[in-house]
Structures are given as structure tokens and as C-alpha cells.
Design a protein around this ligand. Structure first.
Ligand code: NAD
Length: 486
């Protein structure tokens, strides 16, 4: 059992009042760690440490900071297996996924931003008689608040560009998944990273998270999490004129057009629906299918879903683990009950996975991948974010209707279109009100591209130059010759 501490000013310390919380493995219900239940006093300590480090860190050149990012990437890479194991214990996701996605991407986030910065040139706008230079300064101390579904992946996605642009950090990971944020702190400590530049405070959202939002010295907030929490974040931080980036929930549509390559579409739709037990904000949790191919698609889709191996997350052959907690399992199940009340048909799944386990996994929060048909696309199950291994199937008569159905959502984060006509794919994609659309693929990420949502899925974009922009302030310096104008 681990005893995790806050990392403030280059030291590992308990919460000021000594209070702690338990961290559980959702696949076994075992208590795996104790973390500080931090409060406002702890945030104040972290902010003081960050402010003392700000000047020196901000004074380094971007190239010097990029060297640090590379060092962090190398050090994390050495710990890939440890990161994957901790991520699996904290989230219940399969070890193969933790290795391939969480551990690998956490390393590549640091490496990407280091390389990306080396290809940047200063923006200049030349006038007939003057030159405008766009100068970047750090925002200052920034608050980074992250969710449980991709713990270190999403934290490093914010930490890397924030550090690169010269900011100091007060970070708060989800209380459900604190272990890999702690690995990052340990890694920085081992590298003798300048104390106070990166501070980590653990605890509950409405306590330590809210204190970060309310702290007047924190000048920017990058938040990833649910839409309801995002609203609280905006309500608190916007009147204080903090810079704000909100990456929120989604209810993404997978559109299967009549000329889709069916095998490719089925495989992509299954991956989009059930990766990480459906707990990725980009998951395609409603599938819209051309009516003329719906029967064939449905049959192949269910067959493929039944091949998903739900099991012990530590087993190499497992392709789906548990969901994040017993409470979340109950929430997801309540939507399955609702689907039945609303007249839906469960084509596969719908129940807990209770058989085939021996040992501690018998108590885990496992649900079988669930496919529901027969519900209107306007039903609650097809419009509310369930964030679990549940997908609804719907049919459309033509592309106009497909687009209307896709856009019938309060969310607008991502989506995918499956067709062999690439022009049509792009045309349909451009009509979907969303931040990201893939054509014939899903979660195919180029880290230079803008990432973020529209409608209730968020405000702002991260990735590539959008992250650099968020984590810096711009000053336009207009320089005119000092010659006498007369
Ligand atoms: P959540 O909103 O419950 O929590 C996210 C973080 O906010 C946690 O660290 C939590 O402790 C903190 N928090 C909670 N209340 C707070 C408050 N009042 N003030 C400050 N911080 C507070 O989300 P979750 O359940 O951890 O994650 C799942 C959600 O995240 C889903 O809705 C999913 O779609 C979304 N998500 C979005 C993206 C994206 O990029 N758009 C990526 C991953 C997850």
C-alpha cells in the first residue's frame, strides 16, 4: 500500500491538517494507496512555492526549457512499465492499453512539445515603416485539473506546454487516480528539477480543486473533466478574468454511410465505442447507420463486440477491464435500465461480468460491453453522456438526416464518418458541429492539430500551437525607426 504525498516546493509533504483519503483499485475493490485530502492551506503553500520559482523559470530560454522536457521524457520512458502498472491498478484498464496508450503517450507529450518548440519562429508583421514583433511571456502560475480516465496522459498534455512556455504549475489529478501524477513528481524530484516550478496537490474537487480556481495568484486554469464541473470552473474563474481552457464531456456520433467498407467500419466503431470501457471523452457512443446496410452492420458489430475479452486488467490478453468505480458502474447500469424502460432492445451485454473470475477480481466493477438498439436518437440514453461500455444504434435514410441526427446533441467534441468516398466523407464531416471528426479512422492523433470541443464540450483548443498560445501571453512590440520623420 502506497502513502502518496503532495509535492510542494520540491518536497513531499502531507496535507497541513494531516487528513487523508483512500485510493482503490476498481477491478478488485482493494485499497491501494492513501493520499492527502488537501485544502486551501495546501493550495496556498503550493502557490507560494510556484510564485517564488516563477521568475527564474520564466527567465530561461524556450530552448533551455525544451531540454528539460526531453530529460523528463527520457526519465518517464525508463519508468514506462511502472507507469502502466500503476495506471492499471488505479483505473482497472487493461495493462496492454496502459502500456500502449497511457505510458507511451505521457512520454511522447513531453517529447512532442520539446521538438515542436524548436520549429517555432517568432511571429513578425512588417509594415512599410515599422515591424511588429509578437513577444511571448509566461502566463504565470497556472492551475491544471485533470480527470481519471487517462490520468498521466492528460496531465502531461498540460504540464509539458505549460512548462515549455515558462509557467509554474499547481496541478491536481483526480482523487480516483493519483498514482501516476505522483510518479511524475518523483521523476522531477530525481532529476533535480527546479523546486516550486511543478507542485502537486491531491484531494477532492470541491475542496482542493475549488481552492485552485479561487486563488487570485493563479492566472490560468486548464481543466479537463465533466461538463457540469466545467460549468463550476467557468463560474468561478471567468469573473476573475483567468485564462481558461475547458475540455469537457462528449456524446460522439459514429456515422456509417451506405458505401462504407463494412469490416473497417465495424472494427472502427467497436474500438470507438469500447476503448477503455467507453471511458474516453472521444468515444463514439451512438452509431448512426445508413438504413440500407443496417442489418448487415448490426450483425457484424455484435459479433465483434462479443469478441471483446472482459477480464483481469493485469492479464495481457484482456481487452476490456473494469469501469472506474462501483458508483460509476451503478450510474452506467441506471442508463441500461432506462433504455429498457424507453423501449430499447439489448443486443448483447447489459449485465455485470460475474463469471470467469477467480480471486480479488470477483469484487470488481466489471460490466459487459452493451449494445442497445430500438431507441430514438433523441432518447436520454442517446443524448446524455454515459461514459461507460454502452453504445446505442440508430438508422438514417439519407445523409441530411444523418447530419441532423449527429448534431442533435448538447455536446460537440468528436465524431467519425465511415465511407469509401473520401470527398463525401470530408463534406459530411464539415457539417457536424464538433471539434474533431475522423474519416475512416478514430483516435488517430497528430499532436500538432487543434484538440477541443464546441457547444457543451468545452471552450478553447489545446495541442500544438494552440497549447503554446494558451500557456503564454502575447505582447505586440511595434518598432519604428528612430530617424527624424520631418
Ligand atoms: P470530473 O469533472 O468529475 O472531475 C475532473 C477533475 O475536476 C477532477 O480532478 C476533480 O477532482 C475535479 N473537480 C471536481 N469538482 C471540482 C471543483 N468544484 N473545482 C475544481 N475541480 C473540481 O470528471 P471525471 O469524472 O474525473 O472525468 C470524466 C469526464 O471528463 C467525462 O465527462 C469526460 O468526457 C471528460 N473528459 C473530457 C476530455 C476532453 O478532452 N474533452 C478528456 C477526458 C475526459
Amino acid at each position: 500500500m502506497m502513502n502518496v504525498q503532495n509535492y510542494i516546493g520540491g518536497k513531499f509533504i502531507s496535507a497541513v491538517d494531516g487528513e487523508t483519503l483512500f485510493d482503490y483499485n476498481p477491478a478488485t475493490e482493494q485499497h491501494i494507496a492513501t493520499i492527502p485530502r488537501s485544502k486551501n492551506e495546501d493550495v496556498q503553500l503550493a502557490v507560494t512555492a510556484a510564485q517564488s520559482a516563477q521568475q527564474d523559470w520564466g527567465a530561461l530560454s524556450i530552448d533551455e526549457r525544451a531540454v528539460w522536457l526531453d530529460k523528463i521524457a527520457d526519465a518517464l520512458e525508463m519508468k514506462s512499465e511502472e507507469i502502466a502498472n500503476l495506471e492499471t491498478s488505479d483505473t482497472g484498464k487493461p495493462i496492454a492499453l496502459s502500456r500502449k496508450v497511457d505510458a507511451a503517450r505521457s512520454v511522447s507529450n513531453f517529447r512532442f512539445f520539446a521538438d515542436f518548440s524548436r520549429n517555432q519562429t517568432e511571429m513578425q508583421f512588417v509594415m512599410a515603416d515599422a515591424v511588429n514583433y509578437v513577444h511571448r511571456s509566461p502566463v504565470g502560475t497556472v492551475g491544471l485539473i485533470t480527470p481519471w480516465n487517462l490520468p498521466l496522459y492528460l496531465l502531461s498534455w498540460k504540464v509539458a506546454p505549460a512548462l515549455l512556455m515558462g509557467n509554474t504549475i499547481v496541478a491536481k489529478p483526480s482523487e480516483f487516480t493519483p498514482l501516476t501524477a505522483n510518479i511524475l513528481a518523483e521523476t522531477l524530484d530525481e532529476l533535480e528539477f527546479p523546486p516550486g516550478v511543478f507542485n502537486l496537490v491531491h484531494g477532492l474537487g470541491h475542496e482542493v480543486g475549488q481552492s485552485i480556481l479561487e486563488n487570485e495568484h493563479i492566472k490560468g486554469i486548464s481543466f479537463t473533466g465533466g461538463t457540469a464541473t466545467g460549468r463550476t470552473v467557468a463560474q468561478t474563474a471567468a469573473p476573475m478574468f483567468k485564462k481558461l481552457s475547458l475540455e469537457l464531456g462528449g456524446k460522439n456520433a459514429t456515422l456509417v454511410l451506405k458505401d462504407a467498407n463494412l469490416d473497417l467500419a465495424v472494427e472502427g466503431a467497436v474500438r470507438a465505442a469500447f476503448t477503455n470501457s467507453g471511458q474516453v471523452c472521444l468515444c463514439g457512443s451512438r452509431i448512426l447507420i445508413d438504413a440500407t446496410i443496417a442489418d448487415a452492420f448490426r450483425e457484424k458489430f455484435v459479433e465483434k463486440v462479443n469478441q471483446i475479452r472482459v477480464g483481469d486488467p493485469r492479464d495481457e490478453s484482456t481487452t476490456m477491464g473494469s469501469v472506474i468505480s462501483p458508483q460509476h458502474l451503478e450510474k452506467v447500469e441506471s442508463y441500461i435500465d432506462l433504455a429498457l424502460q424507453e423501449g430499447g432492445t439489448i443486443l448483447t451485454g447489459g449485465t455485470r461480468k460475474l463469471t470467469g473470475f477467480s480471486g480479488p477480481n470477483q469484487k470488481g466493477a466489471f460490466l459487459l460491453p452493451t449494445v442497445i438498439s430500438g431507441l430514438p436518437h433523441t432518447s436520454r440514453c442517446a443524448t446524455e453522456e454515459i461514459f461507460g461500455p454502452v453504445v446505442t444504434l440508430h438508422t438514417f435514410e439519407n445523409e441530411l438526416q444523418a447530419v441532423e441526427m449527429a448534431n442533435h446533441s448538447e455536446y460537440g467534441l468528436a465524431g467519425s464518418v465511415w465511407t469509401q468516398d473520401l470527398e463525401r466523407g470530408r463534406m459530411v464531416a464539415s457539417q457536424i458541429e464538433t471539434g474533431i471528426v475522423w474519416v475512416n479512422t478514430w483516435l488517430h492523433r497528430d499532436l500538432r492539430t487543434p484538440f477541443g470541443g464546441v457547444k457543451n464540450s468545452g471552450v478553447g483548443r489545446e495541442g500544438g500551437r494552440w497549447s503554446l498560445e494558451f500557456f503564454s501571453e502575447l505582447t505586440n512590440i511595434c518598432v519604428k525607426d528612430a530617424k527624424d520623420e520631418s
